[in-house]
Design a binder for this molecule. Structure first.
Ligand code: CP
Ligand code: NVA
Length: 310
């Protein structure tokens, strides 16, 4: 491990240097190879990761739990009802107490500020496993997957079609960090946050890449190397699902849309997918789709993150 990241938090890709991002990818590749060849890699022997979930999860929970176990450590799962947090105890006191027992905390919750505060008061590393604002672990795994498939990141174009949500925000952070062009097409009223777009534009300028926020999915997908989408209603927005379905209908990823991308484009989705809404089976199950490779890489990349920071 060439760069020392011990004690760092992973709250946002924007907090990582480009060198740290590539260090995570290097370690991910090594750990993936070791897992495949059966070579032990118990880098976190005896260490404990607390995993707090205020929202449901398949990939994040299972990949972190399997990952810490493969590294020789132990993962403890808590759902919101298990803890005093948010009921009779505040974030400050929770952070102080957990720091006395654990070696790291992974948290998935609604408020991004709660994760920022947890990291501020905890003396152990805190990993953001998704907030309403960001999903950095997913996008690190996504970029690693693209790197595996295309052997480079800089100069590629990613088109994100759909809601300007946590995925759109982390993709803006991630793509602009590594010098990939990113075009986002969303309905009006559902665009990504201005501050995040502006930050990405600044990074992109430095890296010589582009950020586009568009209304037209066809224009966004034009010549794209990667077509990415996510659910139209995220966790916590279930009540808006019917209204969103109408507004997002023109933003479905289907054969008519992807014919504007490069012939060998890659289709990506963080999952879970609402098939028939944001993407049709014909695309999700096509040879261009790498959705299960990106899901798998959550495991390898998060193991790298834990091994580097814990
Ligand atoms: N992509 C992702 O984070 O999936 P889960 O919600 O299943 O963890
Ligand atoms: N935008 C989605 C991502 C799920 C991994 C959500 O927040 O529900």
């Amino acid at each position: 491990m060439a760069i020392n990241m011990k004690g760092k938090d992973l709250i946002s890709i924007a907090d990582l240097t480009l060198e740290e991002v590539y260090e995570i990818f290097d370690v991910s590749k090594t750990l993936k190879e070791k897992l495949y060849t059966g070579e032990p890699h118990r880098l976190l022997e005896g260490k404990t990761l607390g995993m707090i979930f205020a929202k449901p999860s398949t990939r994040t929970r299972i990949s972190f739990e399997a990952g810490i176990y493969q590294l020789g450590g132990y993962g403890m799962y808590f759902n919101q009802n298990d803890l005093q947090l948010g009921k009779s105890e505040n974030v400050h006191d929770t952070a102080k107490v957990l720091s006395r027992y654990l070696n790291g905390i992974m948290i998935r919750t609604f408020s991004h500020q709660d994760v920022v505060d947890l990291a501020k008061y905890a003396s152990i590393p805190v990993i953001n496993g998704l907030t309403d604002l960001l999903h950095p672990c997913q996008v690190l795994a996504d970029l690693f997957t693209i790197l595996e498939k295309r052997r480079r990141l800089q100069g590629l174009k990613l088109a994100y079609i759909g809601d300007g949500n946590n995925m759109a925000h982390s993709l803006l952070n991630g793509c602009s960090k590594v010098g990939m062009d990113i075009s986002i097409a969303s309905p009006s009223g559902y665009k990504p946050l201005k501050e995040i777009v502006e930050h990405a534009e600044k990074n992109a300028k430095y890296m010589g890449s582009k950020v586009e926020i568009l209304d037209d999915p066809v224009a966004a997908v034009k010549n794209a190397d990667i077509v990415y989408t996510d659910v139209w209603a995220s966790m916590g927005q279930e009540k808006e699902a019917v209204e969103r379905k109408k507004k997002f209908a023109p933003f479905q990823v289907n054969p008519g849309l992807v014919k504007n991308a490069k012939d060998d484009y890659l289709f990506m989705h963080c999952l879970p997918a609402h098939r028939g809404d944001e993407v049709v089976d014909e695309i999700a199950d096509s040879p261009n789709s790498i959705i299960f490779d990106e899901a798998e890489n959550r495991l390898h990349v998060q193991k790298a993150v834990m091994a580097l920071i814990m």
